[in-house]
Unconditional design. Structure first.
Ligand SMILES: [Zn+2]
Length: 244
């Protein structure tokens, strides 16, 4: 994993302003994990992709995650802190190593791969959750000698077996946090969206960096590149001196 300098971070943030959340997240992965291009990154399983985003988050902002939500039962605002490592459910696989899932049905064989970003992007265009799930599975078939052309004709037991195995091979694809409301004791599972979370933090950091550059450039006339090349510690010292 490659270190992200403040300069590259600002650039990625700026370019990301005109990109979708998924596109800028894949570009961030490409930038941070050498040897990946955008196609390879888009073909990573969802769990692997999100495991990499969690690693980037930890490298940029440390272990502590601040969370906030409202209790769906009583409306109470709940805020808590948790470690990133508590959400890390799978290790990062080399991009060339793609796990395959094998199934037997009435002595016939079905070989599948895990869903990736491209599959999800195509599936979410469809209307019903059932169509989405079928399209996702259809795209993941590598080889099949089953007597069914389309996933919608698969028996339900086979479909749920496939989904179950996909989930256990790619657990990071679905991060749920157990929350309990301290006011009314209502308990529920909340989905954690690493892409949204990470880009909110990157946006806040970018604004702080721009503010630092503005202050230092205005006071000392230093060029932006030099200010960004300084360590944060040194930059903070100068800013503290200006404000004291
Ligand atoms: Zn509550």
């Amino acid at each position: 994993m490659q270190h992200l300098s403040d300069r590259s971070l600002l650039l990625l943030w700026e370019q990301g302003l005109s990109q979708s959340l998924i596109e800028k997240s894949l570009r961030l992965i490409v930038h941070t994990f050498p040897g990946l291009d955008i196609q390879t990154a888009a073909a990573l399983s969802i769990g692997d992709r999100d495991a990499r985003l969690l690693r980037i988050r930890k490298a940029l902002f440390g272990e502590a995650l601040q969370n906030a939500t409202h209790c769906p039962a009583c409306g109470e605002k709940i805020e808590w802190e948790m470690p990133v490592s508590g959400l890390e459910l799978q290790t990062i696989q080399p991009a060339a190593e793609r796990p395959q899932l094998e199934f037997q049905y009435q002595n016939k064989e079905l070989v599948m791969r895990l869903p990736n970003t491209m599959d999800v992007l195509e599936a979410i265009e469809l209307e019903s959750p059932e169509e989405q799930s079928n399209s996702l599975l259809q795209r993941c078939i590598l080889r099949s000698s089953l007597p069914f052309e389309r996933v919608e004709d698969y028996p339900e037991s086979l479909k749920s077996d496939i989904l179950h195995q996909m989930e256990s091979l790619d657990p990071q694809a679905n991060i749920e946090i157990q929350v309990q409301c301290p006011a009314c004791q209502h308990a529920w599972n909340m989905l954690f969206d690493i892409m949204n979370y990470l880009w909110t933090e990157i946006g806040q950091l970018a604004h702080r960096l721009l503010q630092d550059v503005f202050l230092l450039a205005r006071s000392f006339g230093w060029p932006e590149a030099e200010i960004l090349a300084m360590s944060r510690t040194r930059r903070n010292w100068y800013i503290q001196m200006l404000q004291s």
